[in-house]
Unconditional design. Sequence first.
Length: 251
Amino acid sequence: MLFSSLLILCLLAVLVVLGIAYALRGRASSAGGVLAFTRVIAWIGLILISGSALLGIVTALANGEMNVQVPVEPYWPQYPSVISVTPDHAGTVHSEITTVSVTATNLSFATRGLLAAGMLVSGLAAAAVLAAVITLCNKLISAKPFSGSLLRMGRLSAGALAFGTLLGQTLTGIGTYRVGEETLRVDGYASVGEQEFPGSSPWPEPTFSINYEFGPLFMALAILVVVELVNAGMRLARQNERLKHDTDGLV
């Protein structure tokens, strides 16, 4: 796992360096260089997000080994029963575990399907925004930034980011809960010796919880505002052109 993370970081660093070199090579205009650099970074992000989502989906559907952070009911360890602690943190420290890392295979098809669908929807939402950024950079570089297609793409990308992210988080949350039920739920056990557990099970008990992140929703609202500003500017430009045309006809 550590090797894969380091490999991805090294690949990302190489791609960023290559993107910067490409963007700055032969660019006389600073604006053109910034747009080229932004477009390259957006392509890099699109490739990485698409590859990561595709790998996760294939792993889920192929019943491969998956690592999932499962929400559980708060349980031990308790704060240790000690005395003469210097400094004394007993009044400020509260110890409980609310999530556990589960590495599982042989999950049910419904669970794997929910996890794969969550990754697919979330990946498509992020890819839609990056595709809109690439399209805008292309139009700015070609000196054709304002068009009806750009407005439609902006609205679609904002909608995809907002609803796609929320839907993806919901599907992933339901799938994660099912992973906990299939791997952590204990119906009965036999204790060796005089062991006491604070809960009904010696294992953490899974619970249903969906962690919603509203950052993408706020970003989608910002995109919509920018799109409407561009739309208002386009209307003003068309009105000015008509007014100029009418004025020239009167002279």
